[in-house]
Design a protein around this ligand. Structure first.
Ligand code: MG
Length: 203
């Protein structure tokens, strides 16, 4: 399975990163060993001193597709989850400065946390999915899919021009503003609407 992540899909997050909002979807990938299984703690890695959370809506692909037209993209997924795109911000900054690839900052083991449950998309208004995350009971992120620069269907259509999407692939659709560092001992809880999607300890 592939883990595909969209970068800068919310203007307010691009702004907080001092980055320009992209004119086309921008994506990168994490390897399968980046997936942090539900119920598993996140172990703070030795190679970074600045691990950030990025809470994101996650789409699970459930049908093989290539060159998918945007108007048919809805046929390729039926469930929506929530995850965290963990980022070693200090390493990412160095990679950016040197023009190097991002893998060490984005694709390390355990860097893609995923909710245990997914919600059937028929139960959601996809154009307005409200989601949030608390860090030790304080709300740190609160976003809505209506603020995405590129919709889920536009993202699927775009990615599928470059690579065949397969059943089980996960697409992390980008984070809204409010990203920040985690510390050992933190507890992160993610919600879609009022539904608790994940509960994650940093160890
Ligand atoms: Mg992200």
């Amino acid at each position: 399975m592939k883990i595909i992540c969209i970068g800068r899909n919310y203007a307010d997050h691009a702004k907080e990163m001092n980055a320009e909002a992209p004119s086309e979807p921008m994506f990168f990938m994490k390897s399968d060993i980046a997936l942090l299984r539900p119920g598993t703690p996140f172990f703070y890695p030795n190679f970074s001193k600045d691990i950030h959370y990025e809470c994101e809506i996650v789409v699970k692909i459930d049908r093989v597709g290539k060159n998918i037209a945007e108007k048919f993209a809805h046929k390729y997924y039926s469930e929506i989850g929530l995850g965290i795109d963990f980022t070693a911000r200090d390493l990412q900054q160095k990679c950016k400065e040197k023009g190097h690839p991002w893998e060490i900052a984005k694709s390390f083991e355990g860097s893609a946390a995923i909710s245990g449950q997914f919600i059937d998309k028929s139960k959601l208004d996809l154009a307005s999915i409200q989601f949030s995350m608390t860090q030790n009971t304080e709300e740190v992120q609160n976003g809505n899919s209506s603020d995405m620069l590129f919709s889920i269907d536009a993202i699927i259509s775009y990615i599928s021009q470059f690579m065949t999407l397969k059943k089980g692939d996960l697409i992390y659709t980008g984070t809204p503003k409010g990203v920040g560092p985690v510390q050992i001992g933190d507890e992160l809880i993610g919600f879609i609407g009022d539904t608790k999607m994940f509960e994650l300890k940093i160890k």
